[in-house]
Design a protein around this ligand. Structure first.
Ligand SMILES: CC(C)(COP(=O)(O)OP(=O)(O)OC[C@H]1O[C@@H](n2cnc3c(N)ncnc32)[C@H](O)[C@@H]1OP(=O)(O)O)[C@@H](O)C(=O)NCCC(=O)NCCS
Length: 151
């Protein structure tokens, strides 16, 4: 059975608008990568509890299907490895209504930095959730790992 810890969170939803398109009238790949980079860095900042985090490495990007104007897509990120100063994540993007896959990235590596921009040990070994850190009781009926408060 899939555990709560291994479940990918699809937090961010995007509505594909005219300004996001390429000349072929489908979603511009650079726009999607910008959204993914931002989603991943926010995930890393929350997990590592440090705002000084940078993108170090992004593995092969598999663009599976082109979203069109008006499509609603959702971005999923999951931490797959906690290193000493780094955090590795996996990314999936899919159509929110059809669940058709749009993109996969196996490895996004972010590095935890100190105030001088040098790699810094983060001391984290597993995914944690803000509400657990703050000891907030569950107040929604969302499936664990899918609710907007689960990060
Ligand atoms: C991030 C940065 C400070 C790391 O410096 P560095 O000298 O490579 O640091 P290290 O060799 O100590 O590696 C740091 C971590 O990154 C990992 N790493 C380094 N190169 C990697 C690579 N090519 N692929 C995957 N992980 C890598 C290391 O394994 C290490 O992780 P660990 O501590 O968990 O084991 C430096 O490369 C940098 O400033 N890069 C630019 C970042 C940036 O501007 N990003 C935005 C681009 S638009």
């Amino acid at each position: 059975m899939e555990t709560r810890e291994s479940k990918m969170n699809f937090h961010t939803r995007k509505w594909v608008k005219p300004e996001d398109l390429n000349p072929n009238h489908s979603l511009f790949g650079g726009r999607l990568l910008q959204w993914i980079d931002e989603e991943a860095v926010i995930y890393a900042i929350v997990q590592l509890e440090n705002p000084f985090v940078v993108t170090k490495f992004i593995s092969e990007i598999n663009f599976i299907k082109s979203p069109k104007q008006g499509d609603i897509i959702e971005l999923g990120i999951l931490a797959t490895h906690f290193g000493n100063t780094s955090l590795t994540m996996r990314c999936e993007v899919r159509n929110i209504l059809t669940r058709e896959p749009i993109l996969n990235i196996d490895k996004l590596v972010f590095v935890n930095l100190d105030e001088n921009g040098k790699p810094k040990l983060h001391g984290k070994t597993a995914i944690t959730y803000i509400k657990d850190r703050l000891n907030i009781k569950e107040i929604t009926l969302n499936t664990p790992g899918e609710g907007p408060g689960d990060l």
